[in-house]
Design a protein around this ligand. Structure first.
Ligand SMILES: [Ca+2]
Ligand SMILES: [Ca+2]
Ligand SMILES: [Ca+2]
Length: 211
């Protein structure tokens, strides 16, 4: 009897392993720009709506089809945009206000873009099928000072906390999060472009007065 029980347990373990779901894939909000002052979508024109952008990142171990994901702001009751494309593990994907306007236009929805308020707002990441229902996967509320000219709000890749990327539009106030001097990174995993790694601080550069 003991042998039979052990065999059954072994079989159960083998079956459980065979049926285990694939490594979890996880899409997270990673960065956003609510108040662009430049031509971020590279269409040759500046537009307060078309040049807003949002970024998501795949923190999981498997590629993710972004067609299961949608976004909206606080004022919207339904999605403002349907994400698309496939995102590989560790990669970031950026979507511009012009992408949202194009999708809205194609679907007969008011062409408000992402409609991220410059006085602060909340961005929702939703998951669900075409037509809904949608469940909220994540929300990020951003303050007024995170929504100023060419300043982005994103996840610190070291601490996991949301921070300012204000290298193009320095924030000198003391309301958290305070300025970092880092530049926005649309379409790339977040890191600080303005931080110079220690190894490149050569003696010659130091003598030349770069630091
Ligand atoms: Ca805006
Ligand atoms: Ca533009
Ligand atoms: Ca980024």
């Amino acid at each position: 009897m003991r042998t039979i029980i052990m065999s059954c347990l072994a079989l159960a373990l083998v079956l459980a392993a065979a049926w285990a779901p694939p490594a979890a894939a996880q899409v997270r909000l990673n960065e956003l720009m609510a108040d662009p002052a430049s031509d971020w979508d590279h269409d040759g024109l500046y537009d307060y709506k078309s040049d807003e952008w949002i970024e998501v990142v795949n923190t999981g171990a498997a590629p993710v089809d972004l067609r299961n994901y949608w976004v909206r702001d606080e004022a919207a009751s339904e999605p403002r945009f349907h994400l698309d494309g496939v995102i590989d593990p560790g990669e970031a994907a950026v979507f511009y206000g012009s992408d949202a306007v194009a999708w809205q236009s194609a679907n007969g929805i008011s062409t408000a873009g992402f409609s991220l308020n410059n006085g602060g707002d909340t961005l929702y990441l939703l998951q669900g099928p075409e037509g809904g229902p949608w469940i909220t996967v994540e929300t990020v509320a951003f303050p007024d000072h995170a929504a100023d000219d060419d300043r982005s709000y994103g996840v610190d890749d070291e601490s996991g906390q949301w921070m300012l990327f204000d290298g193009l539009s320095p924030y000198t106030g003391d309301t958290p999060p305070t300025g970092s001097g880092c530049d926005p990174t649309p379409g790339e995993p977040n890191y600080c472009h303005t931080q110079v790694p220690t190894e490149v601080k050569s003696l010659g550069m130091i003598k030349a007065g770069f630091f």
